[in-house]
Design a protein around this ligand. Structure first.
Ligand code: NAP
Length: 289
């Protein structure tokens, strides 16, 4: 396939990246808006992240998405953090200013909030549990803080990561009570039984580990609860199926994927994102014939 010299380039930087739907979704968005842009998925190991960011800037890329496991580490490698990234300590979108400055944004926060709104879920005043303490968990916590959740319990297998996340969020969102708990079965069951909103911000259940679920027992979930699984590949994860079995309302990761991608598209191009075309590209809406 020929890529003409005046093509503007955007990269996805992560490890792994093979599962990502972002290349398909962003290519559809560029095409829908008639832009000569291309989006490349690049597998970058943690030890190479610094050189990768510098290299993309030097090569004249217009921007990048940053995904698992680099969203926190990349914040140390940029010239400027937009408040969206600074407030949650993680970034998923970089804008390269014509080879000069690198500015980091977090569009996962807005993507998470828009996905909740699209499903009619009001997070104000709720008691939420967030599983994981990485980049995606930081975005969920910042969104829940912004939306005025009453309590957010962060559960992670590394207690110090959960505590560090909560310490930052307490400073940013004093109206929300953030607490860190260990990701062990006893604490998990007790927290889930009290939660109105459960967010999976771990990769557990993601391809090729579709048989796994961060929640071991569907009986720990219930009707009336909202379960938000950020994992989108497969679209119906084991956790989503367990939540449906328990009668809970489900928000799948594809909705957030589209909305965070739409916000990133607008930062790179300055053009309104074609959200319908992006939904079609990831299978959330039937494709036009
Ligand atoms: P990350 O920064 O690597 O963080 C992952 C978190 O999950 C860490 O706290 C990690 O704990 C924990 N974890 C990993 N494996 C676990 C396991 N087996 N049991 C318990 N905890 C485990 O990754 P991320 O960027 O936050 O992404 C997390 C997931 O969210 C990925 O599947 C990603 O694709 C998805 N995501 C989706 C969207 C969307 O738009 N739908 C947006 C962002 C992220 P340790 O630190 O102990 O390893």
């Amino acid at each position: 396939m020929e890529i003409p010299p005046d093509t503007r380039l955007v990269a996805l930087v992560g490890d792994p990246v093979a599962h990502s739907l972002s290349p398909r979704m962003q290519a559809a968005a560029f095409q829908a808006r008639g832009l000569r842009w291309a989006y490349l998925a690049l597998r970058v190991r943690s030890q190479d992240l610094r050189e990768a960011v510098a290299g993309l800037r030097a090569l004249g890329f217009a921007g990048a998405n940053v995904t698992i496991p680099h969203k926190v580490a990349v914040c140390e490698l940029v010239d400027e953090l937009d408040p969206s990234a600074r407030r949650c300590g993680a970034a998923n979108t970089l804008v390269f200013d014509r080879g000069r400055r690198v500015v980091a944004f977090n569009t996962d926060v807005a993507g998470f909030a828009r996905a909740l709104a699209e499903h009619g879920v009001a997070a104000g005043g709720v008691n939420a549990v967030v599983l994981g303490a990485g980049g995606a968990a930081r975005a969920a916590c910042a969104a829940l803080g912004q939306l005025g959740s009453r309590r957010v319990t962060v559960m992670a297998r590394r207690p110090q990561a959960a505590e560090a996340l909560c310490a930052q969020m307490r400073g940013e969102f004093p109206g929300t009570a953030f607490q860190a708990l260990p990701f062990d079965p006893g604490a998990l069951e007790a927290a889930l039984r009290q939660a109105e909103l459960v967010v999976n911000a771990t990769p557990v259940g993601m391809h090729p580990h579709e048989q796994e679920s961060p929640v071991p027992d569907a009986a720990w979930l219930r009707a009336g609860q909202v379960v938000f699984d950020m994992v989108y590949n497969p679209p119906r994860t084991r956790l989503v199926r367990m939540a449906e079995q328990a009668g809970a309302r489900v928000v799948g990761g594809l909705s957030m994927l589209v909305h965070q991608g739409a916000a990133a598209f607008e930062l790179w191009t300055g053009v309104e994102a074609p959200v319908e075309a992006m939904k079609q590209a990831v299978g959330l809406l039937p494709a036009e014939v």
